[in-house]
Design a protein around this ligand. Sequence first.
Ligand code: ZN
Length: 212
Amino acid sequence: MPRVLLPVGYLTRTRQRGPGPDTVVGMTPAESSTSRKSPVATPSVTDKLVSANRGYAGGFADPGMDAKPVLRVAVVACMDARLDLHAALGLELGDCHTIRNAGGVVTDDTIRSLTISQRALGTRSVVLIHHTDCGLLRITEEFRFELEAEVGQRPAWSVESFRDLDQDVRQSIRRVETSPFLLHTDDVRGFVFDVRTGLLREVSAEQITAGD
Ligand code: ZN
């Protein structure tokens, strides 16, 4: 059976693997000078993250915050690696909840997080962010059936793919506004982030799609 592949640029086509067993890399200068024949495993990406965390924690001071976001806002955005939410929106530690998934779509699980965000942690505003060149513009719901053909089981979840960014932002706004679980739906706004300019463009909730 053919393997299901996502479009180039959305997810990698093949799983990244570490170096082969005969590859000797990742030795520190000290190790390489004293034991050239002893292979040292290349640090995995997770190892690098853990190492970076040690540096982070070394300069970290307890900010003394509680868990309630200072700006009382929850941001729902795509998981895209080119979207640095805190930098793009001028957010600082403790300011907001960030809820991210493929597409930045409002699923049941997004509503779950927003409900907890509002009811347990006091947020009132919701900002929805899609972005240009999103991977979900390039796949379809057929992906679920392709998965079924490959693994013998169709996922219960929807792909939530979309063809029109603005229309999907509007749909996301409506899903938030019509959720019976949310306490605050009077300040819900949606945007498209341009990955090439870094600019946000607001999408009107009322705008009618004109075909492009
Ligand atoms: Zn995306």
